[in-house]
Write a protein of this length. Structure first.
Length: 453
């Protein structure tokens, strides 16, 4: 049993005066993972998260406690550690709290079924290409049941399954070795474990690895960059997505502070953050503050239409929450986070976009990225792509950094393709020490100038 007082804004200080809002978030989560390498299970893990977080809010100040004792006495004890306590005033919303948890909260597959699935992954990879010499496959199942109740009458009970598969391939040719990977993550349980998924992910991992044998690097500099449809959505996530999160707007740390309603890019561009896509890693029937899942238009016809609001930032700005209050677990306070962030398709054909570039880069797949929220500067790592020469894809390229400024990159998008693709790779987003599952997407777009290095 544990009850720990935590706080947010101002740091490490209790609330002053009476609370204006309180809630309880409880979860029962089972996480199981398994790694198979060389035909044997090299690692297996089982983790259980069971507990509740209690929050008291006054304006933009939050006092927070969590406990693993979900009895009424345990919750009351945790609440009494807050200052001021939600046991006074509006009161702790215990009447709308439906504990205990349901006994049917596990809907994944057992350890033997997971092992057999991974053996199929390895067998498929070894059978598809004789150059494959090593396969490492990883599967993770996160079966989360959550309950929520707030003193404003909001309450919900939800089950959130999430399963992911990652496949790493090592291939050898002529004494040279290369390693590539592919992954998928979806809000699914046992239905995730299909032969068609194995075929799709393994073929993608082999294709990416095969590509690296012929890929080279080039001299850096400023040049046009064509972002391929799909995983290039990391551009939106890193370059502008975080800067749209309303806690950064409220504190004035975002470069988009004060630009609501203003034109920030070409009128043909529309960007959304969506919590309603079925089975998507970022799907939320309710966010972690009880707000129904919804689709938020961030940029409409080139104008900044909305930020990503949690309850606190929404009340601060006098608007409705957008369903973006998310937390890693009951031990964490909810903060504004992205869900599935993507750009709506335009009218251009991908081949026409490529043909419009005399010399530049076609960026195809990526590994990670970073952004400075205040300045808007970003960098992300292109794993594979092509050199564009006279409107044609020529040399295969690998391992390049792409550097730019978010608002500038957005303004420099001059062509948007009609081929939107949502990337369902296993993507986890980190912020303030919390990680949550997200997805992103993009049609093929042309950015007139970025730094490639």
């Amino acid at each position: 049993m544990k009850s720990i007082l935590e706080s947010k804004v101002p740091s490490k200080s209790p609330l002053k005066g009476e609370i204006c809002y309180s809630d309880i978030f409880a979860e029962n989560t089972n996480i199981s993972s398994m790694v198979l390498q060389d035909g044997k299970v090299s690692q297996a893990q089982q983790v259980c998260l069971y507990g509740a977080g209690i929050r008291a809010v006054n304006g933009t100040e939050t006092s927070y406690a969590y406990t693993m004792d979900l009895s009424e006495n345990g919750l009351m004890k945790a609440a009494s550690s807050l200052t001021p306590s939600p046991l006074r005033g509006e009161g702790l919303p215990l009447k709308r709290f439906s504990h205990p948890f349901l006994p049917s909260s596990r809907r994944g597959v057992g350890s033997e079924a997971a092992r057999q699935f991974l053996l199929k992954v390895e067998e498929k990879a070894l059978s598809l290409d004789a150059s494959v010499i090593k396969v490492k496959a990883y599967v993770s199942q996160r079966m989360q049941e959550v309950q929520f109740a707030a003193n404003d009458g909001t309450a919900f009970h939800d089950f959130r399954p999430r399963t992911s598969l990652s496949v790493n391939i090592v291939m050898e040719r002529g004494g040279r070795t290369q390693m590539g990977f592919a992954s998928r993550m979806m809000q699914m349980g046992a239905e995730f474990f299909s032969d068609s998924l194995i075929e799709e992910v393994v073929r993608e991992a082999i294709s990416r690895t095969d590509f690296l044998f012929s890929a080279t690097q080039i001299e850096g500099g400023e040049m046009p960059v064509v972002m391929a449809a799909g995983s290039s959505g990391i551009l939106l996530h890193e370059a502008i997505g975080h800067a749209f999160e309303a806690d950064f707007i409220r504190t004035g740390d975002s470069i988009f502070t004060g630009k609501l309603g203003k034109e920030i890019c070409h009128p043909s561009i529309c960007i959304v953050d969506d919590g309603t896509q079925p089975n998507d890693a970022g799907m939320l029937r309710y966010d972690d503050e009880g707000i129904p899942g919804q689709r938020t238009i961030l940029v409409e016809n080139g104008r900044l239409n909305s930020y990503l609001y949690d309850r606190i930032s929404a009340k601060h700005f006098g608007v409705k929450p957008t369903g973006n209050g998310r937390r890693e677990s009951f031990r964490c306070i909810p903060i504004p986070r992205m869900r599935s962030t993507y750009m709506l398709p335009g009218e251009a054909k991908e081949e026409d976009i490529i043909q419009s570039v005399k010399r530049g880069i076609y960026a195809q797949s990526f590994t990670n990225g970073q952004v400075q929220i205040g300045a808007g500067d970003f960098t992300f790592f292109m794993k594979t792509g092509y050199l564009i020469e006279n409107g044609k894809l020529t040399r295969p390229l690998r391992d390049l950094n792409i550097i730019g400024n978010g608002p500038e990159a957005l303004r420099r998008i001059s062509m948007v393709g009609d081929n939107l693709k949502i990337d369902h790779s296993a993507s986890m987003c980190g912020k303030e020490g919390q990680k949550v599952a997200v997805s992103q997407g993009l049609p093929t777009v042309l950015i007139d100038k970025l730094i490639v290095g």
